[in-house]
Design a binder for this molecule. Structure first.
Ligand code: NAD
Ligand code: ZN
Ligand code: ZN
Length: 343
């Protein structure tokens, strides 16, 4: 093994990523060194590289939290994985395991958690470290390029859908049919929900229909999107999942709810939106945030994929394309996910 590897590094929030050689890290006691085969590119990586959010990462850092690859070395205390296993990284790179949230099955709320590709170097490179106690473990024989988007997009929308408190037969609105949203349509269908898809691009809406959406609405061209959703669903959706990277999508999703409905906010545009107190109170709506998923959610989300119920739409590109991939993501020009090949 060479002592350096190629990675895409954020050196400043205003500059393109620098694809260069960096030093190979040594795994700590509970860590594993992974030779990355593929990494999905999540819009969160773009937010990270641009320093969009109030809590910023510190350059230089390597983004990426949808990496899959093979364990090539392990630290002294590692028992959960072995050399040769196929594992991934995730946004929830590790948590403390001891706080009230961790004890309660809410490790995604742990204040000591570390985030992959943000506080800890991620998967936009030929090698990465994972915490062996938290890393997703992939079953044998799955398509690794297709599995990559499950590790963030998949688990996030699967958990977010659970958090809508809907049941089979209920209508759910998926707003934003990008990397997350096109997979959300598939989990929703697999979970027996009926899907209304909303985006601002007709090609994304076609993708949603291909994956099983019954109703598709273009929010940019519809004269009354909320009215159309209410008419198509007989009074509004029972649940909504907002993955759109645009503040306008959020109040629209809230207004599309049926009485008693719940919206899970998942997309993270750096904006605010007005919440009408009277409507929320009188309609008994629940508005909640949903952040990735626990290790249990991850295993469940991977299970749906491994059984063939989820088929991400993706294109494979080389690591060197990262700045171009980010430009296309900015412009909303990606169908499904881009997965980078690290070989
Ligand atoms: P993406 O760029 O692949 O997709 C965004 C989609 O939103 C595009 O299809 C775009 O056309 C659509 N869109 C834009 N404006 C819209 C509007 N007004 N109405 C409806 N749709 C609109 O991004 P992604 O990788 O799917 O990520 C989506 C968001 O989710 C990002 O902000 C990301 O940071 C966030 N995210 C959150 C979590 C979490 O745990 N909460 C996890 C992963 C990603
Ligand atoms: Zn992500
Ligand atoms: Zn904790």
């Amino acid at each position: 093994m060479a002592d350096t590897f190629r990675a895409a590094v954020v050196t400043s929030f205003d500059a393109p990523l620098d694809v260069k050689d960096v030093e190979l890290p040594t795994p700590g006691p509970f860590e594993a060194l992974v030779k990355v085969k593929y990494s999905g590119v999540c819009h969160t990586d773009l937010h990270a590289a641009e320093g969009d959010w109030p809590v910023k990462p510190s350059p230089p850092f390597i983004p990426g939290h949808e990496g899959v690859g093979e364990v090539v070395a392990v630290g002294d205390a590692v028992t959960r994985v072995s050399v040769g296993d196929t594992v991934g990284n995730a946004w929830l790179w590790s948590a403390c395991g001891e706080c009230e949230f961790c004890e309660d099955g809410w490790e995604t709320l742990c204040l000591q958690q570390k985030n992959g590709g943000y506080a800890v170097d991620g998967s936009f490179g030929q090698y990465m470290l994972v915490d062996s106690r938290y890393c997703p473990v992939l079953p044998e024989g799955v398509d690794l390029a297709g599995a990559a988007p499950i590790l963030c997009a998949g688990v996030t929308v699967y958990k977010g859908l659970k958090q809508t408190d809907t049941k089979p037969g209920d209508w759910v609105l998926i707003s934003g049919i990008g990397g997350l949203g096109h997979i959300a349509v598939q989990y929703a269908v697999a979970m027996g929900r009926r899907v209304v898809a909303v985006d601002v691009d007709d090609a994304k809406l076609e993708l949603a229909k291909k994956h099983g959406a019954e109703v598709a609405i273009n929010a940019a061209t519809a004269t009354d999107a909320v009215g159309e959703i209410q008419a198509a669903t007989g009074g509004g959706v029972h649940g909504a999942l907002v993955t759109a990277v645009n503040g306008k999508a959020f109040p629209q999703a809230v207004s599309s709810l049926r009485r008693g409905g719940t919206v899970s906010l998942v997309g993270l545009p750096p904006e605010q939106f007005p919440l009408d107190i009277f409507s929320v109170v009188l309609n008994g709506w629940t508005v909640r945030g949903s952040i990735v998923g626990t290790r249990r959610d991850m295993d469940e989300a991977i299970g749906f994929f491994a059984r063939g119920q989820i088929n991400p739409t993706y294109a494979v590109e080389p690591l060197d394309n990262i700045n171009d991939i980010f430009s296309r993501m900015h412009a909303g020009k990606i169908d499904g996910r881009i997965v980078m090949d690290m070989s």
